[in-house]
Design a protein around this ligand. Structure first.
Ligand SMILES: C[S@@+](CC[C@H](N)C(=O)[O-])C[C@H]1O[C@@H](n2cnc3c(N)ncnc32)[C@H](O)[C@@H]1O
Length: 323
């Protein structure tokens, strides 16, 4: 599966290990079933001057508005959220499950209009490719983590900041067809995310294996007391939490896991599109190097962990095990 960069102990995923499972309902959200990671760099490297120009333009507009004591512009630029309606929805929902849902499942090439072309272009940018790669990688590693416990009567998975839980639900549906029973507890502070996840679970035929809880991740120890998770995943949240707070939270997560339990989490890494994300998409995040990401799990008390990056090396996934 992986090429290993020995000195930093970072693995780079090359081919997703996606099993061929036909369930009929899989077609509902098909893109994650593609058998390769996305790696279209050149178009976005060659057009980088355009994205920088747009970034500077939006930066200037916002600076002027703020100096004049006015709110930020309703539309950042005609060439992103002006013409692109899906881009606009991503900007409005930045950092939420709704924005990720659009990026995960965008139907490329279906809208034959200028707006459709603009949506396709930006939802194809390297960061969006990397987010879809992350979903594929996460599914692969969640599946592997669950299979670690497949000799148990059932495997209990806790999804923190679950959002739509698309990856978890798709893996549960695959494994159900192979006779492996997974119970999942989905935790999020946003009830709309939990409602959407429930609906998705019904489409995939696993609604009876899912419970939802509207709570903060800070409640992880309390929630785990009765659920006793063997696998905990928390994706798309560390990117918003400062280092010390992240270490304390991951420490609580470790405490909540059963012995030999597995924890999966991820973080975005510095990349050339990060300023575009902040200014044009209104999506600010905490960018971490592999060493900073590793430090969180190590200082939280995990003795063993692996660090895998998707091929664009923008999103890194940590898989840690409690001894
Ligand atoms: C970027 S989305 C990630 C969703 C999903 N994990 C994924 O990767 O597709 C972040 C999610 O975290 C949730 N969230 C934010 N702060 C939270 C908190 N303190 N406790 C629980 N959930 C939180 C949001 O409601 C949102 O659904």
């Amino acid at each position: 599966m992986n090429g290993r960069v020995a000195s930093t102990m970072v693995e780079i995923a090359t081919i997703p290990e996606l099993p061929e499972v036909e369930t009929g309902i899989m077609a509902v959200t098909q893109p994650t079933k593609a058998a390769t990671f996305e790696l279209r760099r050149w178009l976005y490297i060659l057009t980088m001057p355009i994205s920088w120009l747009l970034t500077f333009w939006v930066m200037a507009k916002k600076t002027i508005c703020r100096r004049l004591g006015k709110p930020d512009p309703h539309i950042n630029t005609f060439w992103f959220d002006g013409l692109g309606l899906s881009n606009r929805a991503i900007k409005v929902g930045a950092a939420s499950w709704k924005a990720l849902d659009i990026i995960y499942n965008h139907p490329f090439g279906q809208k034959k209009s200028v707006g459709g072309f603009i949506d396709d272009f930006w939802i194809g940018m390297m960061n969006a490719q990397a987010v879809r790669n992350r979903l594929k990688l996460v599914k692969q590693e969640i599946r592997r983590a669950i299979l670690n416990f497949s000799n148990h009567q059932e495997v209990r998975l806790l999804s923190l900041a679950a959002g739509s839980a698309q990856g978890v639900i798709e893996v549960m549906a695959e494994l159900k067809s192979q006779g492996i029973r997974v119970r999942a507890l989905l935790l999020d502070i946003d009830q709309t995310a939990l409602d959407y996840a429930k609906q998705l679970a019904s489409q995939y035929g696993v609604a009876d294996q899912i419970e939802i809880v509207k709570a903060s991740v800070a409640q992880v120890i309390r929630v785990s007391q009765y659920f006793r998770p063997q696998v905990i995943e928390m994706l798309g949240l560390l990117d918003y939490i400062p280092q010390d707070k992240a270490i304390r939270l991951v420490g609580k997560i470790r405490e909540s896991l059963e012995t030999k339990g597995i924890f999966l989490t991820c973080n975005i890494c510095h990349n050339p599109e990060m300023h575009f994300l902040k200014w044009v998409i209104n999506w600010a995040m905490i960018y971490r190097t592999p060493a900073e990401l590793s430090e969180i799990v190590t200082k939280a008390g995990f003795e063993d962990h692996r660090l895998i990056y998707e091929p664009l090396k923008i999103h890194g996934l940590v898989i840690a095990q409690k001894r």
